[in-house]
Design a protein around this ligand. Structure first.
Ligand code: ANZ
Ligand code: ZN
Length: 830
């Protein structure tokens, strides 16, 4: 090749798409990302489990997937370069409403739709060059997976952690199915946005409340490595509060109304009681005379959403139940009302109303002319209504106890002790968290492995008959109807009872998809094991996940459920850790022109088009370089073309290097070597601190420094230039794997750069050049010392006093004081 063509070759933009095809073939042959269980079991290498939330197979991958996996891959590939055995698995969360609704819309079977999309997404992921271990993939809708979801359900049920009960539940009128509390966002269905109503139904639940305390407490342990907003969201959702149960006898009956209150100190001010209108208790207490009014009111209440019911600016409504209770402290007879602002499924479903200290109670009392007694002294000049702040207790004494003058906390302690002593109440902890409603009246999910028999009741499907396969129901109408389409599949539903052999019926509900995703991280550790849900030895070796990258929208859904599953499995002796995710990172979202991408706004950005136009690496680099991972990215402000130009520039460096691979860099240009080693050091720190965008900026600087050294300094044969170019390739491999492979090859190495290993940083090269320190004696500069910028005060003082010029200036006089301002100044006073 003539020098001329060589030059043109190097300067020409390389064909990114040809490189993609080429390296995909190489990777497919090499399988460099297959995690080795043996290495981890034997302890030969330390493990890292990098997990990113697996997708729903609805449509092809979009910008959101591109962003989260690009960020995630930085960490996974970095760990590999650092010599860890990395497991980075991927699969599909392939059951659920999104697929089912899309399938209905397209008049297709959900399975056809789902598996076609999985194929598409798989190909896109492979093209996108994420370092996934594809040998571990599975789909939650595969019978080989959901067999174990069913098995786990039965194990949970054996332990009393899965059960059925009748109660008012959230109902989505659009999707025609029940929803868990976690799936109701501001009173609306998380999936379709319809306003959620209540229905009284018998449903399956997981007893997550059994773990409320631990789920709450362990947040403190997770806080340093989990995003603050997730910790806060979970803390609020679990909603731990401390208070008391206080008993109010109902006059003329044996009934006792127990209330939950966080302010037992205000009990002297309880002038009436309120029971949730839809609680069974209200129905039991109401007098015959008040019943018609009560029932009419209850009808209204049932139509209201929880949000409406709790909104404070809504006029208060209610009905007097016609009975009275006795305030255990004042001995007064107080009326009992039913209202909607008290919720049936929180606390005890009843409250003592203290209008002096609670604004909702104040509004209610004012509206219905009920008495108001203040029991906390408001500050001077107080003109508000209910006073919720601190202050001394007032109007709070009887013959046996006085709280008057006590501050809130002290008064609480005192009254709880008294109540407990008299057997009229107890101090207690309450949680907002409810049990997790898991059954759904829809088709595309895991069948609940239970058979209902008139004689035997609920009978679990025997383990050796699992999985209970989802019937195909080709051609059946899957539109939401309020009952599962499975109920109509007579052949499937009617079975013999496994216990008595009599005619029985399968449970026709399916499980919420969040059940599927609550244990998938365990399955990845032994994905092909058909003898058990997971291999405990492998799970204990690989888990917990060292990082979990995903969207903050799962803060209280998936992330809470997965924590619950882990704790339950630990208590069953199946795993020896209690939290599944040691660290977590939430990415922001990709928006366009300041707005969320949406069809109706017409501002969607097609990932496919971006990839075709700029190539995978440029898109990945753009997403990682855009800003801190947690921030949203506005694609309109991004320049994938600029990213591509940078990648071309980086690649050209590799083409320019003329020294041989393995050349000792020690004799190379010192200045460039310093930049290289500082970059390697900083890049490592930046990746570990999730500051990937700054890491990219440092590589860009290194590319510039190297280019300068080639063109106007050391020249292409200098070993420091090779060292720098190799460092660029290795660091860049975390973000732009194709370009990095190209560079690695141009530099004369065999693939794959993913396994090159992070170069050892030479500490000596990190030391910054010296600083000049001025030494004064009697106010006159007597010496200048060249010292390290991080010299200690003591070392600097010793060095200054030992200097011959300084000694001469002191001339034997007694030193009174030495003022040291390291590293720049020493002042000797004699
Ligand atoms: C008397 C009282 C006086 C209250 C006062 C507050 C202030 P958290 O912190 O959320 O647990 N409450 C209890 N059960 C309820 C229900 N089912 N529906 C609606 N409200 C209910 O709140 C506990 C407080 O919320 C309880 O303390 C109770 O009102 C109310 F100055 O009791 B309190
Ligand atoms: Zn039976």
């Amino acid at each position: 090749m003539s020098e001329q063509t060589e030059q043109t070759e190097r300067d020409a933009a390389y064909d990114v798409h040809a490189a993609e095809t080429k390296w995909q073939r190489v990777w497919r042959e090499m399988q460099p990302f297959t995690a080795d269980d043996e290495v981890v079991l034997s302890g030969a290498r330390e493990k890292r489990y990098a997990l990113t939330m697996f997708p729903y197979p609805s449509g092809d991958l979009h910008m959101g997937h591109a962003e989260v996996t690009a960020l995630h891959d930085v960490v996974a590939r970095y760990w590999r370069q650092r010599g860890y055995e990395v497991m980075n698995p991927m699969g599909w969360d392939s059951f659920g409403l999104p697929a089912e609704n899309a399938a209905i819309k397209n008049d297709e079977h959900p399975a056809t739709y789902t598996y076609a999309n999985i194929d598409t997404q798989l190909e896109s992921f492979q093209n996108y060059g994420i370092s996934f271990d594809w040998t571990r993939r599975f789909n939650t809708s595969d019978p080989s997976y959901y067999r174990w979801t069913q098995w786990l359900f039965l194990k949970f049920r054996e332990r009393g952690l899965a059960y059925r009960k009748n109660s008012p539940v959230n109902w989505c009128p659009q999707d025609q199915t029940v929803l868990a509390n976690e799936q109701v966002v501001d009173g609306h269905c998380e999936r379709c946005g319809a306003e959620v109503t209540k229905r009284e139904l018998t449903q399956w639940y997981f007893r997550i409340t059994e773990y409320a305390q631990e789920l709450h407490d362990q947040l403190d342990v997770l806080a340093p490595t989990w995003p603050e907003r997730v910790i806060t969201a979970q803390r609020n959702w679990i909603g731990r509060s401390e208070g008391a149960h206080v008993e109010f006898p109902i006059e003329g009956t044996d009934e006792v109304l127990t209330v939950y209150t966080t302010r037992p100190d205000t009990v002297f001010g309880a002038t009436f009681m309120v029971v949730a209108a839809d609680a069974a208790l209200a129905d039991r207490l109401v007098t015959d005379e008040q019943r018609p009014a009560f029932e009419a009111y209850r009808e209204e209440v049932r139509k209201a959403s929880e949000i409406e019911r709790q909104s404070t600016d809504r006029p208060k409504t209610g009905v007097d139940l016609g009975v009275t209770a006795v305030n255990p402290l004042t001995g007064e007879s107080i009326p009992v009302w039913a209202a909607d602002y008290v919720l049936a499924d929180y606390g005890t479903g009843a409250i003592m109303a203290v209008p002096g200290q609670d604004q909702r109670d104040w509004d209610f009392a004012t509206k219905f002319g009920l008495p108001i007694v203040r029991t906390v002294q408001p500050p001077e000049g107080w003109e508000g209504e209910a006073y919720v702040g601190e202050g001394p207790a007032i109007n709070s004494a009887n013959d046996e106890i006085s709280l008057d003058g006590l501050e809130v906390e002290e008064a609480k302690t005192r009254i709880i002790a008294w109540l407990e002593d008299k057997g009229r109440g107890t101090g207690t902890v309450n949680f907002r968290l409810r049990d997790w409603l898991l059954s759904r009246q829809r088709y595309w999910g895991v069948p609940i492995p239970i058979i209902h028999c008139d004689r035997c009741g609920e009978v679990p499907v025997p383990e050796d008959e699992l999985p209970v396969e989802l019937p195909e129901l080709r051609g059946a109408d899957l539109k939401p109807k309020g009952v599962s389409p499975l109920a109509a599949a007579e052949d499937w539903v009617s079975v013999d009872c496994p216990q008595c052999g009599g005619a029985a019926r399968r449970d026709s509900d399916t499980m919420d998809t969040f059940v599927d995703s609550s244990w998938y991280m365990f399955r990845f550790c032994s994905p092909n094991d058909d003898t058990q849900a997971f291999d405990p030895a492998l799970v204990n070796a690989w888990m917990p996940c060292d990082i979990y990258v995903g969207g903050v929208e799962h803060a209280v859904l998936h992330l809470l459920y997965a924590r619950f599953f882990t704790k339950a499995l630990a208590d069953m002796g199946m795993v020896d850790f209690r939290e599944p995710f040691a660290a977590q990172l939430n990415q922001g979202i990709v928006i366009n022109q300041g707005k969320k991408m949406s069809k109706s706004l017409g501002n969607g950005v097609s990932l496919g088009e971006q990839l075709r136009e700029y190539g995978v690496d440029a898109v990945r680099l753009t997403l990682v370089f855009a800003g801190p991972p947690e921030d949203d990215i506005d694609w309109a402000d991004m320049s994938p073309a600029g990213s591509l130009r940078f990648l071309q520039r980086a690649r050209r460096l590799a083409g320019d290097v003329t020294s041989e691979p393995g050349t000792d860099p020690a004799s190379g240009d010192d200045e460039l070597r310093r930049v290289t080693h500082r970059t390697l050091q900083e890049a490592a720190d930046l990746v570990e601190g999730y500051r990937f965008n700054v890491m990219v900026a440092r590589v860009m600087e290194l590319v510039n420094a190297t280019r300068k050294a080639i063109d106007s300094g050391a020249g292409p044969a200098d070993p420091a230039v090779r060292e720098a170019a190799e460092a660029v390739a290795i660091v860049l491999s975390l973000v732009a794997p194709y370009t990095a492979e190209e560079m690695w090859e141009l530099l004369g190495h065999r693939p794959t750069v993913a396994d090159a290993g992070w170069p050892t940083v030479d500490e000596a090269l990190l030391v910054e050049e010296s600083v000049t320190c001025v030494v004064q004696v009697k106010g006159k500069v007597r010496a200048r010392l060249e010292v390290s910028p991080d010299v200690t005060d003591a070392d600097l003082e010793a060095a200054a006093l030992a200097d011959p010029a300084v000694q001469r200036a002191i001339d034997g006089a007694p030193v009174r004081k030495v003022i040291v301002r390291a590293p720049k100044l020493v002042n000797v006073v004699v």
